[in-house]
Design a binder for this molecule. Structure first.
Ligand SMILES: Nc1ncnc2c1ncn2[C@@H]1O[C@H](COP(=O)(O)OP(=O)(O)OP(=O)(O)O)[C@@H](O)[C@H]1O
Length: 320
């Protein structure tokens, strides 16, 4: 049996099913991300895995033992599964080292390694109300990890953080897997969080899994427009565009802006006219009218609105 086995989970609320027949497994040290639009059931699923709510049907096995739901235990939760909520609280008016010391199941050396991984060693003498949002997140993570869980579930850990704190927390989350050997699941609707991190991504819509695959699969071979849109800009290669670009076999495929090259010289490309230019720091995104359709493409150079350009379809491998 897998490290974590989720089998046929249903959860109903007053206005209908929040989770419907959710099944998947997670291997030890594997990283799974759950993506889906707001209200699709991501948090409810994570809480079910942590034993913090009561599914109406289905079973969750962790290391071969069934995880009891919140209705089956006096104190909800599982000792080896840590859940970092979107709305975590830290005890007030205590120093960080006190908060962590009370919860610790680790030796002093292991605790110090954990503080280093979480990048909070310099914060230990501060009180919990003397932290920025990003520092609070890292302390909350350390407070969970110091109980020595085997599985860490993180619910939107990067939301509401500025870029610098987000980058630090991402490095911490990476290190948790590598240096502490803890298996992780992460909920996020931001592709920048999930695509570079996960081994596998589960996409949920209205409480059901609509696709599970590698980041490359869900990005380049989404099974429908819902999945395509969750991971960035896309469009569908119409028959006329596929023909114009000499890629008839790619007709109907979801394509991404970076699958095109834009240039001022175009012996090989299709002629087009730039209708809008958006600057993103590392690149420009251009809306270009080509063969009667508006495409979004990426370019390195600052093209001007109204400029005549040529578009080459480079086509990433369609994967799988
Ligand atoms: N305690 C609750 N009581 C009643 N309905 C709830 C409760 N918790 C969640 N729901 C409903 O269940 C559905 C799924 O909620 P959930 O929080 O799991 O979604 P989510 O995908 O995590 O959303 P978000 O990305 O906004 O956090 C929503 O329609 C929500 O309103």
């Amino acid at each position: 049996m897998a490290f974590l086995e989720v089998s046929g989970i249903y959860k109903q609320r007053d206005d209908g099913h929040v989770l419907r027949n959710i099944s998947f497994s997670l291997g030890q040290f594997q990283k799974i991300a759950i993506a889906g639009e707001t209200g699709s059931g991501k948090s409810t699923l994570l809480k079910a895995i942590a034993g913090l709510n009561q599914p109406d049907a289905g079973e969750i096995f962790f290391e071969g033992v069934r995880v009891l739901g919140a209705g089956e235990k006096l104190v909800a939760g599982h000792p080896a599964i840590a859940y970092l909520s979107q709305h975590f609280e830290l005890p007030k008016s205590l120093r960080i080292e006190q908060v962590l010391h009370y919860a610790s199941k680790l030796s002093d050396d292991d605790a110090q390694r954990l503080y280093d991984v979480c990048q909070i060693t310099h914060l230990l003498g501060r009180k919990t109300d003397q932290l920025s949002g990003g520092e609070r997140q890292r302390v909350a993570l350390a407070k969970l990890l110091i109980t020595s869980p085997k599985l860490l579930l993180m619910d939107e850990p990067f939301s509401n953080l500025d870029m610098a704190h987000k980058t630090t927390l991402k490095a911490v989350v990476d290190d948790i897997g590598h240096r502490l050997g803890i298996s992780c699941m992460l909920v996020s609707h931001d592709p920048d969080d999930t695509l570079p991190w996960a081994d596998s991504i589960i996409v949920i819509r209205d409480g059901e899994i609509v696709q599970q695959g590698s980041p490359h699969e869900v990005y380049h071979a989404p099974i429908n427009e819902y999945v395509a849109a969750l991971f960035g800009k896309y469009f569908i290669l119409t028959p006329s565009l596929a023909k114009a670009f000499g890629h008839a076999s790619d007709e109907g495929r979801f394509v991404r802006p970076e699958e095109f090259q834009v240039s001022r010289e175009g012996r090989l490309g299709q002629p087009g006219v730039v209708s809008a230019v958006h600057y993103f720091g590392s690149h420009y995104e251009l809306d270009v009218a080509v063969a009667g359709q508006l495409l979004t493409v990426r370019g390195k150079d600052p093209f001007a609105k109204g400029e005549n350009v040529f578009i080459l379809f480079t086509s990433q491998d369609a994967v799988i």
